[in-house]
Design a protein around this ligand. Structure first.
Ligand SMILES: *[C@@H]1O[C@H](CO)[C@@H](O)[C@H](O)[C@H]1NC(C)=O
Ligand SMILES: *[C@@H]1O[C@H](CO)[C@@H](O)[C@H](O)[C@H]1NC(C)=O
Ligand SMILES: *[C@@H]1O[C@H](CO)[C@@H](O)[C@H](O)[C@H]1NC(C)=O
Ligand SMILES: *[C@@H]1O[C@H](CO)[C@@H](O)[C@H](O)[C@H]1NC(C)=O
Ligand SMILES: [Zn+2]
Length: 464
């Protein structure tokens, strides 16, 4: 029973009379044009890929990563069994095995650079990322990235000697990049997907910064980055347990924006409509279903307090990015020396991971990545006409250079105080439309519908 109805019922019982306004039912779906937006569901190919994500393989990957003792950024780079170098080589060799089954579509690179000393990191150090690139068959320059970091740490951020198992932080994220690379290697997405394991996260996001800047310099059209960092445990401290839920942190005003760009966005109430928000809305739409069995809890915040992650490197370059982190963290299992204090085990050990949960987070990522890479790109240069006062709204956007892959466009909209798009208006194959919907009252966006049925993330319009 809705709150207003319940109040009304109580009023009648208690007094036999009540204010008329209390008895009016709440309007759940605002009146207006279009239909209720029904979430895109995974097709057969995607469902089959998601069902191949294997908790046992995730477990084997995490245990193998733990077996390198430490993967500290400044640990040994040449020892074949202990240190970050051995971990790097093992991840790369696994990725090459996956690529071998791709008919040449997937290539594996290990881009490296020397990180110069910073205030918090004393010595010049070689940083290496491992990137498996599954090249898009139709739009190779449109790129989506999934990433975890393979470096690990203990209590002291410069301790490169002691065991730093890094099972959850962030063996769990690396396992998702690797498992999705294995499964998707034999498939053919329309746009490019990069499966990454990056290094130097703990000391300053070094590896992801290098990757994002390289992509920017190369002119890659990165339309989405998914960062998985601490996604391996469903139980937190104090007995909290939430194995079917994952947090998704979605940043607001892009850090790459100038002050005047932010002012322009704020002046139209666009604070909750950054490209990262649109990516987050897309992920929430395509990844909560019976195949993933997951609930995605969207949090409008760049990250948890006092924390950061590799998605920020991509946001800094102007690329939309979100971060996944388990629902309840246990801080005794993160960034801690492996030790027992008063009978309590500290340290980031594999025994605290829930591999079934980790696999389901992999499904959330897989559903999002594949749906992004199969859908048309996000419409570009979406403009809302503000030249005259009118109750209607006129939108224009660029003709997509890959228009031959597009069946039609849709206007999506929502009340301004709602988090997700929930109405949709079909408008056909056009690049200009006037809808009988006042831009004063709602938020609206435009998305492209592919001939294959996949729908893009929405673009948010700026005034002319
Ligand atoms: C790294 O390991 C190799 C092989 O065990 C060893 O020869 C080398 O001295 C180590 N390097 C450092 C910096 O400890
Ligand atoms: C930095 O180099 C010094 C001198 O070689 C060494 O003692 C120290 O362990 C190194 N620290 C890190 C974090 O690499
Ligand atoms: C705009 O809509 C309001 C009611 O929402 C109406 O009073 C007004 O006449 C409309 N203006 C035009 C130009 O249609
Ligand atoms: C506004 O939209 C309605 C419905 O589409 C249409 O009848 C009307 O002519 C439009 N008005 C303007 C000024 O475009
Ligand atoms: Zn981490």
């Amino acid at each position: 029973m809705r709150i207003a109805q319940r109040l009304a019922a109580l009023c009648l019982l208690a007094t036999g009379a009540c204010a008329q306004s209390l008895m009016e039912p709440l309007t759940i779906w605002p009146p207006g044009p279009g239909d209720v937006l029904v979430a895109q569901q995974p097709d057969n190919e995607l469902s089959s890929m998601l069902n191949q994500i294997d908790p046992k393989r995730i477990q084997a990957i995490i245990e193998k990563l733990v077996s390198f003792g430490t993967r500290h950024t400044a640990s040994n780079q040449t020892d074949p069994v202990r240190g970050i170098g051995a971990a790097r080589d093992w991840i790369a060799s696994q990725m090459r095995t996956f690529a071998a089954a791709s008919n040449g579509r997937m290539t594996v690179t290990v881009p490296s650079f020397i990180q110069q000393p910073t205030n918090s990191f004393p010595n010049a150090t070689l940083i290496s990322n491992i990137i498996a690139t599954l090249t898009g068959s139709k739009e190779p320059n449109r790129v989506y990235v999934v990433s975890g970091h393979y470096d690990s740490r203990v209590t002291s951020i410069l301790n490169n000697i002691d065991d730093a198992p890094g099972a959850d932080d962030d063996g769990s994220g690396v396992a998702i990049s690797m498992e999705l690379a294995r499964i998707m290697a034999t498939h053919q997405p329309a746009a490019t997907i990069m499966f990454a394991a990056v290094a130097g996260e703990e000391q300053g996001l070094f590896g992801s910064d290098f990757m994002a800047k390289t992509l920017k310099q190369q002119g890659a059209d990165v339309q989405g980055m998914l960062d998985n960092d601490i996604v391996g445990a469903s139980k937190g401290d104090a007995g909290s347990n939430d194995p079917f839920s994952i947090r998704m942190f979605v940043s607001g005003l892009p850090p790459s924006n100038t002050a005047s760009q932010n002012n322009a966005l704020a002046s139209i109430g666009g604070e909750n409509d950054s490209p990262a928000h649109q990516l987050g809305r897309f992920v929430a739409e395509v990844s909560q279903n019976s195949v993933t069995q997951m609930n995605v809890r969207t949090i409008f915040r760049p990250d948890r307090f006092l924390r950061g992650g590799d998605h920020e490197s991509f946001l800094d370059q102007g690329f939309p990015a979100v971060r996944f982190t388990e629902p309840h963290e246990n801080f005794a299992h993160q960034h801690q020396d492996v030790r027992i204090v008063n009978g309590v085990q500290f340290g980031d050990l594999a025994e605290f991971c829930d591999f079934d949960f980790n696999a389901r987070v992999g499904k959330v990522n897989g559903a999002a990545l594949w749906s992004l890479a199969q859908a048309p790109g996000t419409p570009k240069n979406l403009i809302i006409d503000t030249s005259v006062l009118t109750n209607n709204s006129t939108l224009t956007w660029d003709v997509d250079p890959h228009q031959d892959e597009i069946a039609s466009y849709e206007v999506v909209w929502r009340e301004t105080d709602q988090a997700q798009w929930n109405r949709v208006i079909s408008i056909g194959l056009v690049n200009k439309v006037t809808v009988d919907l006042s831009k004063d009252n709602v938020q609206m966006g435009v998305r492209a519908v592919g001939k294959n049925g996949f729908k893009s993330p929405a673009a948010f319009p700026m005034p002319s």
